[in-house]
Design a protein around this ligand. Structure first.
Ligand code: C2E
Ligand code: MG
Ligand code: MG
Length: 696
């Protein structure tokens, strides 16, 4: 940068001819001011300056004197020579201060002693100026960059500051060395109850001398990454929950510089969580424990080493209150029941509503049997006292079943099952009773379970059979039809009568399959009977819970080819209990198909005359208990009333259970259209019916 190299021109010239060459050079290159002279090895030997050159050879005299002579006569034989590696500043300082006059003639630059270029004072001044200019530019640039960086840092700091200040969690940073607070944001001021100015720069122990209250939130001595939850009381004495997270900030060597503490007020979350838990475990209507909490407490009681008593309570006649007075009243009643249960319970006992009108109590002890009975009967009595709701007196009852852990059962599921069994028994004993689980109850349950299994098996494997009992026309004693009566061919017990298993089938739901089997088998059989012979089939009220009952009947009729017009469906008035509209629909559908609907066992049960009006029955069967008693005046009165009523409604009557000739002739007299009974024919297998039909 320092020199403009002329070396390229020079070495080509021999020293003897240089004079001419230089003259030419200076004349043709007006900007050339200096010409160096070098030897053959490249060493600088001298320097010729333009002004000097022209001065010397300008005149004729000079020209004559110098033109033919060696160039060395014109040159400065002791020029200033400088190595290219010398710094400009040093060279300048040196030459300008020590030998300024020598600079006039310029200087030669060498590299390792060899000529490399030539420079003048002007070059130096220019170079120095350019250097200064560049330095100034660089300085300005650096200053500007610094300013921009400063601005950016200020902006970033403001940004980070604003963010930190506005973070909803409390942020506290303290020095790892002396635990002086360096950063405290707004949320931290609020939680700690101090102004930032009162905390910044001060030591933690100085601000919070006691390790209690808010102070324990910022101990700053937890492990890095640790998370703590603390509950403290605020100034108003309210509980507040905080989660504190601590993180150490280290330098590149891993030494801790700062301790960052983030505190979050999770009071709202915890309260919501607690509310959700309460709701999840609480029966909304009564405020008692719900089924889910009951399950948890029961499981805890039935853990190894535990003991306790489970009581299941079912209200008697609650459904009636609900039906008669409405749901609002029912709800009110349930709340009063809950209140009474609370009033009879002791500390630590759990009262739960399991749903509907079913409650449960868990005692954490298993008292002796008489103490258990005393307390449980007390609860029955308390719940049976009249309730006053909106000025109305309401009376219900309660049945209670109990089971003790671990005496009665080893697992919570079984305990619950046994308490339920005891409750079922209490209800069967006539309601408003308490029943504790006993070994006998267990045996009963076992045999019930066995019976149920055997019955289902019998239904599935042709273990049932049908007997048929003829029905006679009273007028001429001719067989007009037969009633199908099911029997169970039991491997151990022989032929079992329907009264012994229809109830079980109804309870366990097997009645649907059983009923369909009976209908199919009966229709198949009856399809072979002559003429207008009717077939009567008993259908249980439980079968009416199946909305497809009419469809099933239709499909069996289609399958067996038995005409609907010859089928009599015998139902009891239970089917019409509560004026069930769904059941009436099914009855109407059966009627529409052409089947007859017969009211069986009339006179016992509710015998509401309303039922007679609510459906168009084809026949009424007077219960055999009246026929049995028909020697008494009372029974005769009842039979006459029924036949009279039926006649007035144009409904024929059948008398069932006719056992004597007297009964038969009297029943004819009072106008029964049909008769059925042992006196005429006992129920028997299908073959017997064939024999009878062939004989008549
Ligand atoms: P039910 O429908 O009133 O049937 C008449 C019952 O009276 C039959 O008893 C029959 O054997 C009995 N019986 C008939 N004549 C006399 C008599 O002169 N004296 C006496 N003491 N009894 C007589 P069974 O067969 O034991 O049936 C009892 C009940 O079981 C039936 O009463 C009926 O309600 C029910 N049942 C029978 N078969 C079925 C069935 O397939 N399905 C349903 N759901 N119930 C059935
Ligand atoms: Mg019947
Ligand atoms: Mg009957």
């Amino acid at each position: 940068m320092l020199m403009r190299s002329l070396a390229t021109y020079v070495p080509a010239c021999a020293p003897e001819t240089r004079g001419a060459v230089i003259l030419e050079l200076f004349q043709n290159a007006p900007d050339l001011t200096l010409v160096p002279v070098v030897d053959d090895a490249g060493g600088a030997v001298g320097l010729i300056e333009r002004e000097m050159f022209f001065l010397r050879i300008a005149g004729k005299f000079g020209h004559a004197l110098f033109a033919g002579r060696p160039v060395s006569l014109l040159m400065d034989a002791r020029p200033m020579v400088v190595e290219a590696s010398v710094a400009l500043a040093d060279f300048m300082a040196d030459t300008l201060s020590i030998r300024p006059s020598e600079m006039q003639n310029g200087f030669i630059v060498t590299e390792n002693g060899k000529y490399s270029g030539v420079g003048s004072i002007l070059d130096l001044v220019r170079a120095a100026h350019a250097h200064a200019q560049r330095s100034a530019d660089a300085l300005r640039q650096v200053t500007e960059q610094l300013q921009a960086a400063n601005d950016r840092i200020s902006r970033d700091k403001l940004f980070i500051d604003t963010v930190v200040q506005n973070i909803p969690s409390a942020v506290i940073v303290m020095s790892a060395q002396d635990r002086r607070l360096a950063v405290v944001n707004r949320a931290a001021e609020k939680i700690l109850g101090l102004a930032r100015a009162d905390m910044l720069g001060r030591e933690l122990g100085e601000i919070f001398p006691a390790e209690e209250g808010v102070a324990c939130l910022v101990r700053g001595d937890g492990a890095s990454g640790s998370e703590d939850e603390q509950t403290i009381q605020d100034q108003d004495g309210n509980e507040r929950h905080f989660v504190t997270r601590q993180t150490d900030i280290a330098d590149e060597t891993g030494a801790a510089l700062w301790s960052l503490c983030v505190i979050e007020d999770v009071t709202g979350n915890r309260q919501a969580q607690a509310r959700i838990e309460r709701l999840a475990h609480c029966d909304a209507l009564t405020g008692l424990a719900n089924r889910s909490l009951f399950g948890l407490v029961l499981a805890r009681m039935c853990a190894p080493g535990g003991s306790g008593t489970l009581l299941i309570i079912d209200l008697d006649y609650f459904k009636a209150v609900n039906d008669v007075y409405g749901h609002a009243m029912g709800d009110h009643l349930l709340r009063l029941v809950a209140q009474r249960l609370r009033s009879v319970s002791r500390e630590g006992e759990l009262i739960a509503r399991l749903g509907g009108d079913e409650f449960a109590i868990i005692w954490s002890s298993a008292p002796a049997p008489d103490e258990l009975a005393r307390r449980a009967n007390g609860i029955v009595e308390t719940l049976s006292l009249p309730y006053v709701i909106d000025g109305q007196h309401v009376v219900i009852g309660a049945s209670i079943g109990s089971a003790c852990f671990p005496v009665d059962a080893a697992r919570s599921e079984t305990l619950l099952q046994y308490a339920d069994m005891a409750l079922y028994r209490a209800k069967n004993r006539g309601r408003n009773k308490f029943q504790a689980f006993t070994a006998e109850l267990y045996d009963e349950l076992q045999s019930r379970v066995r019976n149920e299994r055997e019955l289902r098996n019998a239904i599935a494997t042709e273990g049932l059979l049908l007997h048929f009992q003829p029905m006679y026309r009273a007028a001429d004693n001719a067989i007009c039809g037969c009633e199908a009566l099911v029997r169970w061919r039991h491997p151990g017990r022989g032929l079992v009568a329907p009264d012994e298993f229809i109830g079980l089938a109804e309870e366990c739901g097997a009645i649907h399959e059983l009923g369909e089997w009976v209908l199919r088998a009966a229709c198949r059989e009856a399809a072979a009977w002559p003429g207008q012979m009717k077939l009567a089939v008993n259908v249980s009220p439980v079968q009416f819970r199946d909305p497809k009952l009419a469809l099933r009947v239709a499909s069996v009729l289609a399958e067996t080819g038995f005409p609907a017009q010859r089928l009599e469906i015998e139902i009891t008035e239970n089917v019409l209990l509560n004026n069930d509209s769904a059941n009436k629909k099914i009855l109407a559908a059966l009627s529409a198909m052409g089947c007859s609907v017969v009211l069986d066992d009339f006179g016992v049960g509710y015998s509401s005359l309303g039922y007679l009006g609510s459906f168009n029955f084809q026949k009424i069967k007077i219960d055999r208990s009246f026929i049995n008693d028909s020697s008494t005046k009372r029974a005769r009165g009842i039979i006459q009333a029924i036949t009279g009523l039926a006649r007035s409604m144009d409904i024929p009557t059948t008398a069932e259970g006719v056992e004597t000739a007297e009964q038969l002739s009297w029943l004819r007299e009072v106008g029964c259209a049909e008769v059925q009974g042992f006196f005429l024919a006992r129920p028997g297998p299908a073959d017997m019916i064939h024999a009878l039909l062939n004989a008549s």
